[in-house]
Design a protein. Structure first.
Length: 285
């Protein structure tokens, strides 16, 4: 045997058996020391599990559960379908109603704007016509004041020359007073007092209960009669205003006209006084 072959032969291992062996496996890919072990036999003592048959109650419960599950699924599907259909129908109806409401609101706003514009233009046209009417009113007021001034001038002049005016005024006041046994006080201008005193003597006045008094605040041509119950103004100013009210009924006069209580000395003074009153009234307006 050659030296080469002698080197390939290995001596058996006679060492410790507890020493780990190389990781060698057999043909079944199992460790060399693996040995077949038969499976353990099933214990016959184990009690086989019994399957009990379904009862009528169990079948009914299963059926009810299935019915409830189907009902729930159908309800959910119906709710979703109805919600979608209702939303679409409600949206269409709301859109239609909103369009109608918007159209109505726009129409009302347009009518209000048209009315406001019409009133505005009407006020502008009225403003153009107003100056003409104001001129007409001013001319009318001028004529009224001129007429009243002429009437007052004639009356004041008549008082200076006609003594019967105070007597007629006194008699008119007594007639308005009527039958009375009360004390009657008559206040007249000093010059008119002399005329009344000469016309009715003291005895007659005493029998009738008349008491004459001089009062410079009363203008000539009239008097003021007082009793415990009534007061009667038959002054010339009061009678003229009464006549003017009847003649100028319906004529619009300038307000705040100041009545003339002091008799003018001439007709020209009466006209000038009336013009001054009218000028003052125009400035106050």
């Amino acid at each position: 045997m050659s030296e080469r072959h002698s080197k390939l032969w290995e001596l058996p291992d006679i060492g410790d058996e507890a020493a780990p062996e190389p990781d060698r496996k057999n043909a079944l890919n199992m460790p060399l020391k693996w040995a077949y072990e038969p499976p353990e036999e099933q214990d016959d003592t184990l009690v086989e599990e019994k399957v009990s048959p379904l009862t009528a109650e169990a079948v009914e419960a299963i059926r009810e559960a299935a019915r409830q599950e189907g009902f729930a699924e159908g309800k959910q599907e119906g709710f979703q379908a109805g919600h979608k259909e209702g939303f679409e129908a409600g949206f269409a109806e709301g859109e239609k109603a909103g369009f109608a409401a918007g159209e109505t609101a726009a129409k009302e706003a347009a009518e209000e704007l048209q009315t406001a514009l019409s009133e505005h233009w009407e006020s502008l046209f009225e403003g153009l016509r107003q100056p003409l009417s104001q001129v007409d009113q001013a001319v009318e007021n001028q004529l009224v004041h001129l007429s009243k001034a002429l009437a007052r001038a004639i009356c004041w002049n008549e008082v200076q020359t006609n003594d019967d005016i105070i007597r007629e005024a006194f008699q008119r006041g007594i007639q308005q007073l009527g039958m009375s046994t009360q004390r009657v006080e008559v206040y007249a201008h000093p010059e008119d007092f002399a005329l009344l005193d000469a016309r009715w003597d003291e005895r007659t006045r005493h029998e009738k209960g008349w008491f004459l008094y001089q009062d410079e605040s009363v203008t000539r041509g009239g008097c003021r009669i007082q009793t415990p119950l009534v007061n009667i103004d038959v002054s010339l100013e009061a009678r003229m205003e009464e006549v003017f009210a009847q003649l100028l009924k319906g004529v619009k006069e300038i307000p705040n006209e100041k009545p003339q209580t002091t008799p003018p000395t001439s007709a020209s003074e009466a006209l000038n006084s009336e013009s001054e009153q009218q000028h003052d009234t125009g400035e106050s307006d």
